[in-house]
Write a protein that binds this ligand. Sequence first.
Ligand SMILES: [Zn+2]
Length: 156
Amino acid sequence: MFDDPSVADEEVAYRRVPRAPNHRTFDLTAKRCRPSTACFSRSRHEVSVHLRGLMPPSRLPPATYPNTPQDGIAAFRAEVPRRKGGGIVIVDDPDEADPVLRSAHAEVRPGEDSKRRWAEIRELIISESWWAKPVGAPCASTQCTLCASLSQGPGV
Ligand SMILES: [Zn+2]
């Protein structure tokens, strides 16, 4: 199964964005950084997310990933991967120690196992995503209006 109809189109998926610079890219039009393809790349054609509707209010952004407070959170609606033939499935994450994240875990999956299809899904997610929480360290661009207010500490 690659799509779960019990996940509404309006449901919001959160994807953790590590502070490492290669997980963000500068968007010249928007004059701010956005998540890069590295943020949605995996060897297998799927990406782990956490669903807003399955989380208690106390764990909504910015408190979703309390163990990595510097990480950012990209958000997108469940209908976005569906527009490119993909879907979202709620699945258990046995490797997750945090009970909230474990029960809110889902995967974005392509409808067909094709590199090209997956690239299309990934690109659309990136262009349709917004920052539920910006990364706590500036990106590589000095022109970024989102990160301009962050102190220029040492990068990772
Ligand atoms: Zn930035």
